[in-house]
Design a protein. Sequence first.
Length: 377
Amino acid sequence: MIINISEYKQLLDLASEMAKNSYMYVTYPVDEISDAYTLTFFKSSWEAAEHCYEMSNDVDFYKSLPTATLIRDLSTVSLTGIDTTENEAVDLLGLANRYRDNVAFLYNNLKQKIMNEKNFDYLKDQVMYTGFGEALQSELKQNMEQLKPEFKLQHDTFYGESRVGAELSFRKSEQSDLYFFNSYKVSLQKEGSEESLDQTFYINKGNNITLKEAYNLMEGRSVNKDLTNREGETYNSWVQLDFKNTDTRGNFMLNHYHENYGFDLEAALSKHPIKELNNPKYKDDLINSLKKGNIQSATFVKDGKETKQFVEANPQFKTVTVYDANQNRLDTKQDKKEEVSQKASNSKSRDVKETPNDQEGPDEKKETSKRRKAQSM
């Protein structure tokens, strides 16, 4: 196909638009300069062949080719390095063959650039939706462009009076230039304390703990998550840090309270005179906030009077913990009754703690032994 090199962009736009509308074949005059007026597009190969037969004679001869092939050849023009502003007629296929090595080199570079841009877009979204916002995007891109085997980014914020520092870890694949966001280490430093509490949270597809959820966990609260097991099956569970036990990496272990554990957050809330439960939207907002591990304000109504208090989910004892307006814990009779009942139940079943090989750790064995002795006395 002979084209005017200065018109290749217009032809590329035309061919791309026709392909979007399912015109998969194009016909062109073999010995004339092809432009937007001499190219004809068809949806089927037999229609294109019929058109070529009807248009061809002793002087003019027409051929057809897939629209995708035309798009490919036109797309390589800018990679040849020739001057596309000249009003020059060139053979499109011959042009691609003449600059084959240069086109291949530039095409591979372009392909790598596109892949790197997609990798950056994926990582920046992953970082943002894990709770770190957009502030790290520039630094993330700079480190990726330097092709470092691994790098770390720092992030600091405050929740109330507590300082929360995070160190995000990225590593480049050994098989390609793709980077992965592997984990982030959180350091929680409360007001007036010189010591910090540290915990590393790992990035898993679909299982990510957000920064705010990480903070809530490190404050001792529980978070509800949809998780994926080793078999790829999705399940729902409440998770809570176990500050008495650590794994081989020094991280606090997680207690899991699965769906079959029997904690019903809405039922636990209904045992309290909470005004927001009477409004479907406010009730959903309250429940969703508690599932993220937040300590949430609520309006308690007693004897016709409204009082602002706070609640948090307590899946271990299948209840909610209530605090006064100053966030001092209120131990209600119902809380105590359920806590005693749950402790008795836990002495019979120890399947909620996630320990290696589903076995009891040393501390659990000691606790179980103590309970058995107490029950036998």
